[in-house]
Design a binder for this molecule. Structure first.
Ligand code: XLS
Ligand code: NI
Ligand code: NI
Length: 483
């Protein structure tokens, strides 16, 4: 090889390297999502590229598809019962489960190691995580998300520091939302993790904690409003007691009501038109939570004159923990004009806590959708996937599969409700069952005009009433045939 040939060779090599380099610059999406690739500064705010490189935009492929990364039943634009599927559901990703769920349980360490996580709880990490979250929503085709203040940004040593952290991350979210339809379904504040909340937040025995919680809710409402959020949730995880021996229940409930009233006032003051929602749960972490179930929450709202200011966010797993079915809780909320939102998840019949699983039971989904259709939908509420992967599910694609499966299950529920309504026989069975009240005396009763004397006269005239079959098995048969 002559010297000249060597020079040519080196030039060629440089040329090749140059084009390889420009190829890398032109296609940054294969690089930075994985921290191990070390091709971007981990603390950089300008995190570019894909976090889910192998995952395409999820599309509807129909029930025959075998592709796990496709919708088989959820077809966003398809009209069912006069509304697009996406408008019936208004699906939302829960930031705390999908992006902060670690797989840890009381007996074991975290199991997830997502490629975009650097193991810190820094503001830089929070911003990068937010970008991952937006890519996730875009690929899933979901336009709503839910968050706690402390999921999306690190806490601070002072309220001011925590607020500043939150502002930094919220600015990133706001920017990512620009030009898209994405916005929060609801925001909330985490008033249960920090040790200061061990006796509760609005029901703490310490006035300093009550004030701290108020400051936290004030800020969380402001950022929810700023991001265009449509609702604000109060889940009182620690608003309850462990023993009544050391608890003034009446005082605590009064405090809680004052707190919620102050939230109503502040909402109006800042011009936030979102719905305020109470999320009932009977227990866990407290032994007894004050907003035990929908009926208890309704009684509380009535006592304190808060009806009209709040609706309910019904979580299916909480419903079963309170000894009801999810359908019961949804109907209790609906008939009282309180059905505002659903935290879509399910429990495990053999486990007695909030396992937060994605709903896969089609019969259950059909019952849920019966209530939602009767309610005319949930807007401005929606279905928030307050659900997490099992500890043992550790692939990035599992995050997608879980949401797709949950969405498809509820979509099947809606399709089944359409079948039931079209068939009409279940409605007819119920109508017939109460048809004796279509009589003149029935109308009097329902109008509140039938006194005991009138009824006694009728009872004597009629004699022993004939009582018809409840037709439960027939109702179950009709229901099953729609699944
Ligand atoms: C916990 C609750 C919680 C709320 C938001 O059981 O479901 O996740 O939805 O604070
Ligand atoms: Ni919830
Ligand atoms: Ni829950």
């Amino acid at each position: 090889m002559t010297d000249r040939m060597k020079v040519n060779g080196v030039l060629l090599l440089l040329l090749c390297l140059g084009s390889a380099l420009s190829a890398v610059i032109a296609t940054p999406q294969t690089c930075p999502a994985n921290l191990e690739a070390k091709c971007n500064d981990a603390s950089s705010d300008d995190w570019e590229g894909e976090f889910f490189p192998g995952i395409p935009k999820i599309k509807y492929e129909g029930p025959a598809s075998k592709n796990p990364l496709s919708y088989k039943w959820y077809n966003a634009e398809e009209e069912i019962l006069g509304k697009k599927m996406k408008d019936w559901f208004r699906f939302s990703v829960a930031f705390w489960h999908t992006f902060r769920g670690t797989g840890a349980d009381p007996f074991g360490a975290p199991t997830k190691s997502w490629p975009w996580e650097d193991g810190t709880n820094s503001v830089a990490m929070a911003k990068r995580r937010m970008r991952a979250h937006f890519e996730f929503m875009n690929k899933l085709g979901v336009e709503l998300w839910c968050f706690h203040d402390r999921d999306i940004a690190p806490d601070g040593k002072t309220i001011a520091e925590a607020n500043a952290n939150l502002d930094e991350v919220v600015a990133v979210a706001k920017k990512l939302q620009e030009g898209s339809k994405i916005k929060p379904l609801w925001g909330t504040s985490q008033l249960f993790m920090h040790s200061r909340y061990m006796h509760g937040a609005a029901t703490s025995s310490e006035v300093g904690v009550y004030a701290y919680a108020a400051a936290q809710v004030k800020k969380a409402m402001e950022v929810t409003h700023y991001l265009g959020g449509e609702n604000y949730v109060f889940w009182g995880g620690r608003e309850g007691y462990q023993t009544l021996l050391n608890t003034d229940m009446e005082k605590e409930l009064d405090h809680l009501a004052r707190f919620l009233q102050a939230a109503v006032n502040y909402k109006k003051k800042i011009g936030f038109n979102g719905t305020l929602l109470i999320e009932p749960k009977p227990q866990e972490p407290t032994k007894h939570q004050y907003d035990w179930d929908a009926a208890t929450a309704f009684a509380f709202l009535q006592k304190y004159g808060l009806v009209g200011e709040f609706k309910l966010n019904i979580e299916c797993n909480h419903a079963t923990l309170s000894g009801h079915s999810c359908h019961h809780e949804l109907e209790t909320a609906r008939i009282n004009g309180l059905l505002g939102n659903i935290d879509a998840n399910t429990g495990d019949p053999q486990i007695g806590w909030d396992t937060d699983q994605f709903l896969t039971d089609i019969a259950e989904a059909t019952l849920v959708m019966l209530s939602v259709v009767r309610n005319g939908g949930l807007a401005p509420g929606g279905f928030n996937f307050d659900a997490k992967l099992r500890r043992e599910s550790t692939d990035v694609e599992d995050l997608f599969i879980a949401h797709i499966s949950g969405m498809d299950t509820l979509a099947r529920g809606l399709r089944n409700v359409a079948k039931l309504i079209e068939d009409g026989s279940l409605d007819e069975l119920v109508r017939k069952r109460y048809s004796s009240f279509d009589s003149e005396i029935g109308a009097l009763i329902e109008a509140g005009k039938a006194d005991f004397e009138t009824l006694e006269k009728k009872a004597m005239e009629w004699g022993e009433p004939s009582v018809a079959s409840g037709k439960q098995e027939l109702a179950e048969m009709i229901f099953q045939s729609a699944l």
